[in-house]
Design a protein around this ligand. Structure first.
Ligand SMILES: Nc1ncnc2c1ncn2[C@@H]1O[C@H](COP(=O)(O)OP(=O)(O)OP(=O)(O)O)[C@@H](O)[C@H]1O
Length: 327
């Protein structure tokens, strides 16, 4: 759901904004001019293949490293000149967890409450509430080293929430989790947003961005090559088609000879007919097959998904887009 306008018709303030961020490591240009505008209370997903620079963006925005060039503001503060104010407003869970495996989940939480200068009583209360909320109450007295990957990740996020940050960076929050834990994590992220937080998520998983994000940016070769809602991104690339599959090679050959504008896959005995998947087009394809007396064993409709978008946009053959077309 796009969140560019609130129900009252106002444009929400940006929780995170950036202009022209650049970063190199030695000769390697990692970020080549990144612009961002992320409204408060929304989920933004930065999507990109391994090594695209996602963590580097998170590190710059969370003041862990400095950009070589460009500006960024988080919670209204400049990351370069007001790093302390930025840190006070954000929570970050990264690929390198803050969880100490040698102490219990509860002790990890209490340590965090001390870092946030909460009183002992308040600290115990906040820790207990968060352990309960993240389904860790029964495991609270066990060393974190004995936790599963999903439990560890939940503890990590619970620790991040101790200071009630309004802006939360989640760097690949579900990498390595099993499907059940991933879905549980998605539920928790939705709860954070329902509570008013802004979430900046990095992920390699397209379904995760599709599920959670109001807006998605695709990072490739140091640039944002596309940005929009999941539906907007899917509309930008062709790829919709109807797939006909045959079991009888003679029927396949006869159909392949009769139909025009198709792509044939001889090995799979399958034909692809370009289509936008609309009811009108599907009806005319079916009429057309009937008229030609073609009976396929399988008829499937394929609409472009985020996978198609991702592969189309991050393929090495696709030239970088201009600012105008990428927005
Ligand atoms: N401290 C560093 N010194 C040198 N190169 C670095 C450093 N940190 C990151 N890089 C390089 O910068 C590039 C981007 O790294 P980054 O971790 O931001 O990518 P990513 O998109 O988060 O990847 P992944 O999904 O694998 O975590 C990579 O090629 C990486 O090797």
């Amino acid at each position: 759901m796009p969140t560019s306008v609130t129900p009252s018709g106002q444009v929400p303030s940006a929780a995170i904004s950036a202009a022209g961020l650049r970063k190199s490591y030695g000769d390697k240009l990692v970020l080549d001019g990144i612009d961002l505008h992320i409204p408060s209370g929304s989920v933004f997903a930065l999507l990109g293949p391994n090594g695209a620079g996602k963590t580097t963006v998170v590190k710059i925005l969370s003041t862990l490293i400095r950009a070589d060039d460009g500006q960024a503001r988080v919670a209204g503060h400049d990351v370069a000149t007001s790093a302390q104010a930025v840190r006070a407003a954000i929570g970050v869970t990264g690929q390198f967890s803050a969880v100490d495996g040698l102490i219990t989940g509860e002790e990890n939480m209490l340590l965090m409450t001390e870092l946030h200068h909460l009183s002992k009583r308040e600290g115990r209360q906040v820790a207990a509430e968060l352990l309960e909320r993240f389904d860790l109450r029964t495991a609270a007295k066990k060393p974190a080293a004995t936790y599963s990957g999903g439990m560890r990740r939940r503890l990590d996020i619970a620790m991040t929430l101790v200071g009630s940050p309004r802006i939360i960076f989640l760097d690949e929050p579900t990498t390595g989790l099993d499907p059940r834990s991933r879905h549980a994590m998605w539920g928790m992220i939705r709860e954070l947003v329902a509570g008013g937080a802004t979430v900046f998520l990095t992920t390699q998983y397209l379904d995760e961005a599709d599920e959670l994000a109001d807006r998605i940016a695709v990072l490739s070769n140091g640039k944002i090559v596309a940005e929009g809602t999941s539906d907007e991104l899917k509309r930008r690339i062709p790829g919709g088609h109807v797939r006909l599959r045959f079991t009888d090679p003679a029927a396949y050959r006869s159909a392949a000879a009769t139909l025009r504008d198709i792509t044939a896959d001889e090995e799979a005995l399958a034909l692809r007919i370009p289509s936008d998947g609309s009811q009108r087009e599907l009806r005319s394809i079916l009429d057309w097959l009937d008229a030609a007396d073609i009976e396929a064993d399988e008829f499937t409709v394929h609409t472009p998904d985020l996978d198609d978008v991702f592969f189309a946009l991050t393929s090495a053959n696709v030239p970088a887009q201009t600012e105008e077309t990428a927005r």
